[in-house]
Design a protein around this ligand. Sequence first.
Ligand SMILES: NC(=O)c1ccc[n+]([C@@H]2O[C@H](COP(=O)([O-])OP(=O)(O)OC[C@H]3O[C@@H](n4cnc5c(N)ncnc54)[C@H](O)[C@@H]3O)[C@@H](O)[C@H]2O)c1
Length: 393
Amino acid sequence: MRVLVLGGDGYLGWPTAMHFSARGDDVAVVDNFAKRQWEMEEGIEPLLPIPPLHKRVRAWQRVSGREIGLYVGDLMNHRFVYKVLREFQPDAVVHYGEQPSAPYSMQNRTTAVDTQINNIVGTLNLLFGMRSHCRDAHLIKLGTMGEYGTPNIDIEEGWLEVEHNGRKDRMLYPKKPGSFYHLSKVHDSHNVEFACRIWGCAATDLNQGVVYGVDTEETKADPDLATSFHYDQVFGTVLNRFLVQAAIGEPLSVYGKGGQTRGFLNIRDTLKCVELAADNPAAAGEFRVLNQFTEQFSVLDLANRVQAVAKAAGHDTTIVNTPNPRVELEEHYYNARHSGLVELGLEPHLLDDDALGKMFATVSANVGSVDRNALAPTILWARDSRACLCPVP
Ligand SMILES: NC(=O)c1ccc[n+]([C@@H]2O[C@H](COP(=O)([O-])OP(=O)(O)OC[C@H]3O[C@@H](n4cnc5c(N)ncnc54)[C@H](O)[C@@H]3O)[C@@H](O)[C@H]2O)c1
């Protein structure tokens, strides 16, 4: 298979590219290094420095004997996108190449607009490019479980059977996302569904949960093949933040009541899910949606898990409730279907104490690189930011 990975310099894009290459597929990556620019703007770094993409591509060739093609350019430049598609002629396009942070998008007008333009225009360019230059290729688009929000009903996989005034139809599941970033993904989903319905494109929208872990078979092969670990308030995830807080001896800060429940998955399962989607493509004209997570946890569950693992490693840690910078339900119903990928053959790696302990050991070994200033949440969702200073009941 010829696999084109968009966003190939990213946390998930680089391990995905190596994963397909390792099994013998012809792989090329595309990136404009926007993420590195956003990190510079925010003054933050991943926990460990990540070599430039050119160096990682060379390291992969040295380690595996296999070549990964590299295209440097912006998905918002449609001429660049068309050229890459025309030249590479992919069978599958894995689209990770977007601005991935909710807090980044909620900072101000500029970052909200930049996020939506980057993500929505990039995806539109891709859809038009695929229509003209690789009509039969399968688009595997990374969306997020955050598109659904936390509705008070079961979350289905993308579609909902609706009965209204005695008539029935199958509609896209109604979305209640929680940030301008998540909204960009909702708009993408609608645009991709439209391209499937009108042009006959084949697409899989993977509504992914929060990914954790940095070790895959391929990243472990050489230090130059590593992928990023973010713990900061902009690009970090809650689990990574708790691991870092425990390692540096700070209390684990649970925003609000900590009842916010979300889907999570191991990075190895991300790679497997994308592989399963590529090997079992959507049909022409089909907009297939799969919810890509393996377990759901509340924020407080995660804090308790990290506290226990840190204690076993000799670190006593406390948990504190802090004001929530986000506007979100802190206690809610959450039951999201996620059977599609398991039916395709996914065997989940679960977040057991062993997996968590290994992540904690990696973080503990690098505490000297932690920037404590990067942890505090200064990006507030509320219109009147004073609302965020209310004490938590
Ligand atoms: N990591 C997660 O937990 C998670 C969860 C759900 C969904 N996702 C989605 O998966 C995708 C990958 O996430 P990630 O964590 O690897 O993010 P990432 O930021 O590490 O990687 C995205 C890459 O895309 C590149 N990019 C962005 N805009 C581009 C453009 N216009 N042209 C070319 N390249 C561009 C960036 O430079 C970056 O290298 C994102 O779309 C994200 O929204 C991630």
